[in-house]
Design a protein around this ligand. Structure first.
Ligand SMILES: Nc1ncnc2c1ncn2[C@@H]1O[C@H](COP(=O)(O)OP(=O)(O)OP(=O)(O)O)[C@@H](O)[C@H]1O
Ligand SMILES: [Mg+2]
Length: 368
């Protein structure tokens, strides 16, 4: 316990401590507590903290393994060590299926049909303000009126951060949705939060545990495993709380099965020679995959990211029969990453071109 420094903030379901020896880190300690309706309903469930911490650590480990940056540093018994961040008081919600508050908010004059499936995930933002029941805010509100996060540091939620939050929310949702699908479950919706680290980078923060989503085995609402079961209880008996804990344990166990899938595609990134170094650095920073050299490409047995010069790109394309992702060094890193994640998450044959890369593509086409 010598790791635990002073309490920074205590919420309904966890306490955040300063790391006693490392100023840049915090320790998140979950509580044996479950709440619903802004805390209007609350119960103690002995053993819930341990399960919640286990779930959230497993999820962050999984997300890190596919290259999604977060504040997660390490598991430490029943606690989580994380980077200290400046929390952004916005809940980012992604939905595949219309349910819950979404149905209540959009009633007249055209109610949304229950269980309507959004072809692309529906993204929503909510301002964290318990007293006002976390009002919904639009992306445009956030863009046009950058939220002041820290007066002293003049830290604002700039449009760049807003765009990144949206991109990452989509990427996290699609990644988790895919992982749950492998377990035979539908990820109906999800809530995540972000923070800004000491270097000014936006990263995933807070927790992603069984309170953060709706999960339905076999897509069947009646089999729900998440906190919604507790929310819907008319009265809460001890037997109910035992049932809740059982569901949470089931989820903690299921997420242990989440595996980073090896990509089935080769991703070749063609860039102009002067920008090659920059692009390689970007990829290494943002990709979970390891770039290799062109010569090594001929012997690879595993799908790989190849960073090459524009001139050599045609050779790469002729060596591999794999689908290719084309970008250039000017391509925004976050965009590049998302494209890579998409390839990993699906088996799409993606050909994605930036302006410069179109010329490369034309070269390739001319060669074939
Ligand atoms: N890496 C981090 N650094 C600093 N604070 C963090 C970090 N991750 C999470 N927090 C903060 O921990 C606090 C406690 O979490 P908890 O979920 O218990 O709060 P809560 O009562 O549910 O209120 P909230 O509506 O903010 O979630 C939250 O205010 C959250 O912003
Ligand atoms: Mg919370």
């Amino acid at each position: 316990m010598e790791m635990l420094g002073k309490t920074i903030v205590e919420g309904k379901t966890k306490v955040v401590h300063q790391h006693a020896r490392n100023f840049d880190q915090v320790i998140l300690v979950s509580k044996d507590r479950i709440t619903a309706g802004d805390g209007a309903r609350a119960h103690e469930i002995s053993g819930k903290a341990k399960v919640a911490n286990d779930t959230t650590c497993t999820i962050f480990e999984f997300l890190n393994s596919v290259g999604i940056p977060s504040h997660f540093v390490a598991r430490s018994g029943d606690m989580m060590v994380a980077k200290k961040v400046h929390m952004i008081p916005i809940e980012c919600v992604a939905r595949r299926v219309a349910y819950g508050s979404y149905l209540r908010r959009f009633k007249t004059p055209f109610p949304v049909t229950e269980a309507y499936r959004f072809p692309t995930p529906c993204l929503e933002f909510f301002y964290k303000d318990d007293a006002n029941h976390d009002p919904q805010v639009t992306k445009e509100q956030l863009l046009s009126n950058p939220l002041l996060l820290d007066e002293a540091k003049q830290l604002r939620l700039t449009p760049k951060y807003v765009e990144q939050m949206e991109l990452w929310t989509r990427a996290v949702f699609e990644t988790l949705e895919r992982a749950w699908a492998v377990q035979g479950c539908t990820l109906v919706d999800m809530k995540i939060e972000f923070g800004i680290d000491m270097q000014g980078r936006l990263i995933l923060a807070d927790v992603i545990d069984n309170d953060a989503w709706r999960v339905w085995p076999q897509g069947d609402r009646r089999l729900m495993k998440d906190k919604q079961f507790y929310r819907e209880l008319k009265t809460v008996t001890d037997a109910d709380l035992t049932e809740v804990l059982k569901k949470y344990e089931w989820v903690a166990d299921a997420v242990r099965g989440f595996k980073a899938r090896r990509p089935t595609a080769c991703i070749a990134v063609g860039v102009d020679a002067p920008n090659l170094k920059g692009a390689q650095t970007k990829l290494q920073h943002y990709s979970a995959l390891t770039p290799i050299s062109l010569t090594a490409l001929q012997t690879i047995s595993e799908p790989t990211v190849v960073v090459t010069s524009a001139a050599l790109f045609a050779s790469v394309a002729s060596i591999t029969a794999c689908p290719v992702l084309i970008a250039d060094a000017n391509t925004d890193s976050a965009v590049l990453r998302e494209q890579i994640l998409r390839i990993l998450a699906r088996d799409d044959h993606v050909l994605w071109c930036s302006l410069h890369a179109e010329q490369i593509a034309a070269t390739v086409a001319a060669q074939n």
